[in-house]
Design a protein around this ligand. Sequence first.
Ligand code: 9MG
Length: 272
Amino acid sequence: MLRCGRFVLPLDRPLVMGVVNVTPDSFSDGGRFLNPEAAASHARRLVEQGADLIDIGGESTRPGAAPVSEQDELERILPVLEKLNDLGAPVSIDTRRPGVMKAALAAGASMINDVRALAEPYAHEAVATTGCAVCLMHMKGDPRTMQHAPHYDDVAREVKGFLKEAVRKAMFAGIGKDRIVVDPGIGFGKTAAHNVELLRHLPDLKALGVPILVGVSRKSLIGAVTGRPVEERLAGSLAMALLALLGGATILRVHDVKETKDVIAVWEAFRQ
Ligand code: 9MG
């Protein structure tokens, strides 16, 4: 099980994390949910479709994205969080900033999804003193420059080594293993070939002893493989989600919850 604030999530079946971006510039849904009411209704719709948790982001992490101020990030996410206190499912906040983590957790968030794996000073403290879950993701560089010719000698070994160290640091800071999730960071400072290699080696991450989260939904990797623009990547995303499940993913971060639930149903029938 994953301890996630006031929630406890079972891990004997795959979980779906529905994405709600409260940003003007996210690659897929940028600008659609800037209004808090629209964002909250979308979150509710995703839960109705079967999302086990919702991930809300106020700063785009797409390749090339420029950072926003902490104030702007807070002004985007806090009004949405306030509207979701009765959601009945955990809300995760996608942020790298300890100040945003603290404010979001105080406002009812149950999980922190940090694409920088708690690298900012005081990020561990912001998470450790609460009962929230945390996703530690691998990223090489930062969103503005990460896709400028990323290089690895052995991407699978390097990402696993990074995540192993991130888990060690988090536990050293007092975050229990039952609150930690790891993520290879598909698309974050990786070429399409690196991403495919990471998916192939996903089973290696099981040795870390914590749940694995994977996000491939509508990403440029799907575009590179299928040649499709972002609005036509559903089939490719679902096929890759199935491969992630085969590799041992426990949480799928997706835009298309209803369709992903069908993939999981097929996977569960096969697995049993
Ligand atoms: C915020 N965000 C965008 N893509 C992501 C991914 O693949 N994993 C996680 N944890 N967060 C992501």
